[in-house]
Design a protein around this ligand. Structure first.
Ligand code: CMX
Length: 144
């Protein structure tokens, strides 16, 4: 059903500070940055290699608003792992299969994620305490 782990998402209070920390401490490289108003996040994708290559990736997620998903997560838990993202080839198909298996997806239809990807989430209560993001990459990667 899944292709691979696309990324692990970390909630951070300050994006610039977190990018610097993960680069200096662990050698992660910034691949991409964007603001997603609908999700209420400023985000950076960090990788082990070069932009456009297959990379191990972590995503740093900073809140734009206190009442966003990341704002609430930080208020409740502090900084840390907020999500695990599985890459899928066909999000609509995988969503249908998971719904059939009785799992709740957060959105009735896919929403826009990083770099023009299509995303949805399995509710953490239906994935044994893990917020699972499902990511279908765009056919043509968005410009950096
Ligand atoms: N991981 C694991 N469990 C989580 C969780 C997370 N990230 N967020 C919430 N939960 C748990 C809570 O601990 C709570 O459990 P208890 O009832 O046992 O305390 C339960 O789920 C419900 O949590 P809540 O605080 O009532 O719900 P929230 O209002 O915080 O909403 C969620 C939770 C998952 C629906 C919300 O975070 C959401 O809509 N997430 C999807 C969108 C998102 O995360 N966007 C940011 C990233 C954008 C991107 O990746 O592109």
């Amino acid at each position: 059903l899944f292709i691979c782990i696309d990324h692990v998402g970390l909630a951070v209070p300050d994006l610039d500070e977190a990018v610097k920390f993960h680069a200096e401490a662990f050698g992660w490289r910034e691949l991409h940055r964007e603001v997603n108003e609908e999700q209420g996040v400023a985000e950076a994708m960090l990788g082990t290699g070069e932009q456009g290559e297959e990379n191990a990736k972590i995503q740093l997620l900073a809140p734009l608003r206190e009442d966003s998903a990341i704002g609430k997560f930080l208020a409740k838990n502090g900084p840390g792992i907020q999500q695990l993202a599985y890459r899928v080839a066909d999000l609509d198909h995988v969503s249908a299969v998971l719904r059939e298996r009785g799992l709740r997806l957060l959105y009735p239809e896919a929403k826009r994620g990083t770099g023009g990807s299509r995303i949805n989430f399995v509710h953490p209560k239906d994935a044994r305490g893990v917020l699972l993001e499902l990511v279908e990459l765009p056919k043509e990667p968005a410009a950096h």
